[in-house]
Design a protein around this ligand. Structure first.
Ligand SMILES: NC(=O)c1ccc[n+]([C@@H]2O[C@H](COP(=O)([O-])OP(=O)(O)OC[C@H]3O[C@@H](n4cnc5c(N)ncnc54)[C@H](O)[C@@H]3O)[C@@H](O)[C@H]2O)c1
Length: 363
């Protein structure tokens, strides 16, 4: 791929103006590297609501209408329901737009390959955004681990409790396509939220050679089957073992400005540990990162631990990348396909009763 950085602000179209627009938009507000030229959503109500942020942007019911309008677009910010990702992205790459896609990339490897092929054929860049890699407490956790402060890495675990009360309102329409996903075996906890957790594992410790999983189901009726209790464990090529467990606490209240997940990342070293205490919700009201070594606990009290800031910084990384072409994409389309392979290995393991599965065997 020969990519020539832009010597002017990048012209951006935002495609899909639903719930997560509220956070992705933070990357573009006041961003000198980007100019939002178009907004696309079939919902008139959403178009009208979002146009207040971008009075100068043209609005369209579909991306095809925008493409036919003659308005020049360099890059699309794609915030669509997962089942639409593959077809929409292939189409947009074909129109010559670079694409910054919300995760998860898509449901299966055949679709991922179609997207990668379309990017190659068009010479455009496909990025699959991963905002967790821009969450300051996690970035600091990575730096602490790499500094050797807690010794050699001995193990790694993540924990999530999905709670049912608190947080922002999620419209039923945002949930409907998630139910469709559940029916396809791509649940909201393991696949949608899990995409972030598996991404952080790859980002922290590199490729994974074996995954073992036990994925459960809790049914709430009306097709709402949540994919917990679940435990997934894995071993990285470098020998580090990690695990992630998901528990449901449907009646638990958790204070949050966003979703109500109680999340934890903990890396244990031979001399101490480093632990991120929260992310999306304001569960534990302690410093978002704590580091223990040699009998001393240090708390990081001044990190930007507002989850929304990770969306701002991820998006700005993208527009900055388009202006410079420098550094990693976090994630490239190929790296995102590796996250998908990791998730699919977990499903394959669970289906076989917990046998070890290599993501590399997933074709
Ligand atoms: N990074 C994160 O932490 C995070 C959090 C939540 C959601 N997401 C991801 O963001 C994506 C969107 O999720 P959401 O919760 O905002 O969904 P949503 O249902 O709230 O919003 C999707 C929007 O797309 C619109 N839309 C539907 N078909 C369209 C089309 N053909 N063209 C243009 N617009 C169309 C809908 O009208 C809606 O406004 C999903 O991939 C989801 O997994 C990521």
């Amino acid at each position: 791929m020969s990519f020539i950085p832009y010597d002017r602000p990048v012209r951006v179209a935002i495609i899909g103006l639903g719930r997560i627009y509220d956070l992705n938009v933070r990357a573009y507000l006041g961003n000198p590297d980007a100019e939002v030229v178009a907004l696309v959503d079939p919902s008139q109500e959403r178009r009208a609501q979002r146009q207040a942020d971008w009075p100068g942007a043209a609005t369209f019911e579909s991306a095809a209408q925008l493409a036919a309008s003659g308005i020049a677009v360099d890059a699309a910010e794609v915030l669509l329901p997962i089942p639409l990702h593959a077809d929409a992205v292939v189409e947009m790459l074909g129109w010559g737009w670079h694409v910054n896609l919300q995760k998860p990339m898509c449901n299966d490897l055949a679709d991922a390959q179609r997207m990668l092929d379309a990017a190659k054929a068009s010479g455009r860049v496909l990025r699959v955004m991963e905002n967790y890699l821009f969450y300051e407490p996690l970035r600091r956790l990575k730096a602490v681990v790499e500094s050797g402060e807690i010794g050699e890495v001995a193990g790694y675990h993540m924990r999530m409790v999905g709670t049912g009360n608190g947080g922002w309102e999620v419209p039923w329409s945002s949930f409907e396509w998630q139910i469709e996903q559940m029916r396809r075996g791509r649940g909201i906890l393991v696949f949608d939220d899990g995409w972030h957790k598996l991404s952080t594992a790859l980002w922290l410790f590199g490729p994974v050679r074996e995954v073992r999983a036990w994925i459960g189901t809790t049914s709430f009726g009306h097709g709402i089957d949540l994919d917990a209790p679940t435990v997934i464990a894995w071993e990285h090529d470098g020998g580090v073992r990690g695990s992630w467990d998901i528990t449901l606490a449907p009646d638990m209240y958790l204070r949050s400005d966003y979703y109500t997940n109680d999340e934890r990342w903990e890396v244990t070293g031979t001399r101490g540990f480093a632990r991120v205490n929260r992310c999306t919700a304001r569960g534990i009201q302690e410093p978002s990162l704590e580091v223990y070594a040699d009998g001393v606990m240090r708390g990081y009290h001044a990190l930007d631990d507002d989850w929304a800031s990770s969306f701002r910084d991820s998006g700005r990384h993208w527009t900055g990348w388009l202006r410079s072409g420098a550094g990693p994409l976090l994630w490239s389309g190929q790296e995102a396909a590796d996250v998908l392979r990791f998730a699919l290995a977990a499903y394959a393991s669970s289906a076989s009763g917990g046998a070890g599965v290599s993501p590399r065997e997933i074709l």
